[in-house]
Ligand binder design. Structure first.
Ligand SMILES: Nc1ncnc2c1ncn2[C@@H]1O[C@H](COP(=O)(O)OP(=O)(O)OP(=O)(O)O)[C@@H](O)[C@H]1O
Length: 217
């Protein structure tokens, strides 16, 4: 069961520019799927990067349970599966090798069940025979499938996904939404930045819409 993620008065500014995110507070509860929307430039990716500890708040804190995530990122990230908006996958590996590495690095690998777990997640997103080829040869949809399977494979408590449905075919899209629903129903905490579509809305507990950027904001 996940802990809550709590953003408290978070502001993020780049350089001397007006803040991208200003005084943002929200409690993301375990067992919920939150969808983050907003117009281009409203700060969705910025917020996902803050929640992923890829960026640091200019002001305010984000806690996982009682722990400030930026104080002990390694402890927090053990609980988290992430799909970045832009893929940053090691292209010399195959999808199978990448998922094996994720499981080993997270201490989730066992010789009895590890290979079957990797296989199950790649089956689930329908990455078929290409799973044994190098990621460098994949299409954008195949890369996205690999990212999604890698986010789920080590049984995280928290899922952070920035535009996970972009480039997916209909089958993989439904499979991803089904997996997210099951994850949420099992007590996981999921946050998805995405344009809102009917199939996603049907599974969403909380819809957070960030405001359009304004010249003064
Ligand atoms: N590293 C950076 N340095 C300076 N400005 C940045 C940086 N990253 C983001 N920004 C600015 O922050 C604002 C919010 O960007 P962000 O990518 O978070 O928005 P978004 O809601 O995800 O947009 P989109 O829907 O277009 O993906 C934009 O004005 C962007 O130019």
């Amino acid at each position: 069961m996940a802990d809550a993620l709590t953003a408290d008065a978070v502001t993020k500014r780049y350089g001397r520019q007006a803040p991208v995110l200003r005084d943002f507070s929200h409690r993301f509860a375990p067992g919920t799927l939150t969808v983050l929307t907003g117009p281009n430039g409203s700060g969705k990716t910025t917020l996902m990067r803050l929640l992923s500890v890829l960026a640091t708040p200019s002001e305010g804190t984000i806690r996982y349970g009682t722990q400030v995530i930026h104080d002990a990122p390694h402890r927090y990230l053990r609980h988290v599966g992430i799909v970045h908006a832009e893929a940053v996958l090691p292209e010399q590996l195959t999808a199978v090798e990448l998922l094996q590495w994720v499981m080993r690095s997270r201490g989730a690998w066992t010789d009895d069940t590890g290979a079957a777990t990797v296989c199950r997640w790649l089956d689930r997103v329908a990455l078929d025979e290409r799973r044994e080829q190098r990621i460098a040869t994949y299409s954008s949809g195949m890369v996205k499938k690999t990212q999604i399977a890698a986010a789920f494979v080590a049984a995280p408590d928290v899922l952070l996904m920035d535009e996970p449905l972009r480039s997916l075919d209909a089958h993989a899209r439904t499979a991803t939404l089904d997996a997210l629903t099951t994850f949420r129903d099992d007590g996981g905490l999921a946050i998805v930045a995405s344009h809102l579509t009917d199939d996603l809305l049907a599974r969403t507990d909380t819809h957070l819409e960030l405001a359009a950027p304004t010249p003064s904001a």
